[in-house]
Design a protein around this ligand. Structure first.
Ligand code: HEM
Length: 107
């Protein structure tokens, strides 16, 4: 599992955002920052913007852990914790956009 996790992470770092991702709405980090509560919880993971408002209270690691990163970039936090391929696959469901180019870390 560890191998698979490292492998998928490498792919996303290498390829950055796809052509499809580039068609999504674009947000600044400051737009994300205003959604920093359990009532409206946005986060950035690998330059993509997610709205986790519907998910946060069901997070298996507890909502408090996620809330620490609400409105912020959670890439490192998400990758450092023991998240399976399944957890990674869940991300797409909450995808709402991408960061504007000047605010991106990876691509
Ligand atoms: C934002 C920062 C996040 C932190 C710090 C974090 C932390 C953690 C931790 C510590 C666990 C282990 C819980 C345990 O084994 O008792 C966990 C499990 C889990 N988390 Fe997160 N998490 C974050 C975001 C997310 C997101 C965005 C998702 C999916 C949309 C997610 C999905 C899951 C799932 C499904 C599990 C169960 C184990 C697995 O299938 O990987 N987490 N998380």
């Amino acid at each position: 599992m560890d191998f698979l996790r490292r492998f998928t992470r490498q792919i996303s770092f290498k390829n950055g955002l796809s052509v499809h991702d580039e068609k999504l709405p674009q947000y600044y980090l400051k737009d994300v920052a205003s959604h920093c509560t359990i009532e409206s919880c946005w986060m950035v993971i690998r330059d993509k913007v997610y709205d986790f408002t519907e998910f946060i209270e069901y997070h298996p690691g507890g909502y408090e852990l996620m809330l620490e990163y609400a409105g912020a970039d959670a890439t490192t936090a998400f990758d450092e914790k023991p998240h399976t391929i399944e957890a990674n696959a869940m991300l797409d469901k909450y995808l709402i956009g991408v960061l504007v180019k000047e605010d991106r870390m990876i691509s």
